[in-house]
Ligand binder design. Structure first.
Ligand code: SAM
Length: 313
């Protein structure tokens, strides 16, 4: 009888015990992360954006040199028409967003996905953003180029458009695919990381930007789970430079391509606002609130910098 009651005592239910006991697979203290960043070396120059077509640009890179890829390709819609809906004040939108005709989207997807496969290291993963309209072309290209899909994430967010005769689209697809399903890098930094992400888009009032900016939190989530400090991350469709900003702020190196040279000063300005390691919080110490506060103070800083710039004009 005694033995049973002591066993029962031991098994007492503690709510969220597994979550409380959870430790990230890998975590680095600030000084260790900075050390990895400073000592990393690569066979080519890094931490710059090349204003070039990504396929021809990637062809100049050696095989197996990239640790992780973030790709937010053009939508394959007539986006110029839709820009007015996404960004109410078109004065703040940098012109020249380059899209791909929907009929060519399959060939386009195959061309750039073939090239990323070549430059990815064996352990590398690719995180691809896609709306649902041309999703099939991306999924087909992944299959054709023998990249293995590990997760098909739904990112739920407010789109801000209204419909009359159909549901309002309020999600995006994030595909996480790898070169080698038996040895890819994935840092489990949360106890129960679900494949539905509810992350709000913050509107950057007054900021000059390309029409389609990803939120810092979303890009950071991919980078946190998919890479280590000091790694090299490539973004073939740099847009505003969001991937580069998050890389710099989390002790990762970056490389990027962007076909629209009108974005040169926007990208440079955005990257210059971020201090090295500014967003970095060791996983063992972080909470969602800490991350949100860090990003909120960054946004405040940007707002102030923009105001100062305006006052000088
Ligand atoms: C959806 S946006 C990327 C937005 C970016 N993720 C951000 O947060 O700012 C796609 C970008 O790809 C660029 N683009 C289109 N075709 C390209 C190509 N062949 N090579 C490089 N960039 C291209 C477009 O000009 C656009 O800026």
């Amino acid at each position: 009888m005694k033995a049973t009651s002591s066993r029962q005592k031991k098994r007492k239910y503690v709510p969220n015990l597994a979550a409380k006991k959870f430790k990230p697979t890998k975590s680095w203290l600030l000084k260790d992360a900075r050390g990895l960043f400073k000592t990393a070396s690569f066979p080519m120059d890094v931490d710059y954006v090349s204003f070039d077509d990504c396929v021809s640009g990637m062809r100049t890179l050696p095989e197996n040199c990239i640790d992780m890829i973030i790709a937010d390709p053009p939508f394959g819609l007539d986006f110029q028409i839709m820009e007015a809906l996404y960004n109410r004040d078109s004065n703040h939108v940098v012109t020249g967003y380059t899209d791909v005709p929907a009929v060519d989207y399959d060939v386009f997807s195959d061309r750039w996905i073939k090239e990323i496969k070549r430059i990815m290291k064996k352990e590398a993963g690719v995180w691809i953003f896609s709306g649902w309209t041309n999703l099939k072309d991306i999924l087909n290209a992944l299959e054709k180029n023998k990249l293995t899909l590990i997760n098909h994430i739904i990112w739920k967010y407010q789109f801000g458009v209204f419909t009359r005769k159909k549901f309002v689209t309020s999600h995006y697809h994030v595909l996480f695919a790898v070169k080698d399903p038996n040895s890819y890098f994935f840092n489990k930094i949360e106890h129960y990381p679900e494949d539905v992400w509810d992350i709000k888009r913050k509107y950057h009032h007054g900021m000059r930007k390309n029409a389609t900016k990803l939120p810092i939190n979303v890009v950071m989530r991919c980078i946190d789970f998919g890479s280590k400090p000091g790694d090299l991350i490539l973004d073939p469709f740099m847009g505003n430079g969001t991937t580069a900003m998050v890389c710099k702020g989390t002790f990762r190196h970056f490389l990027g391509f962007e076909i629209n040279a009108a974005l040169t000063s926007t990208i440079k300005w955005n990257i210059d606002q971020v201090k090295e390691g500014e967003f970095y919080i060791p996983y063992s110490r972080r909470t969602p609130e800490l991350v949100e506060n860090r990003i909120a103070s960054f946004r405040k800083k940007i707002k102030k910098a923009l105001q100062t710039m305006k006052n000088k004009e």
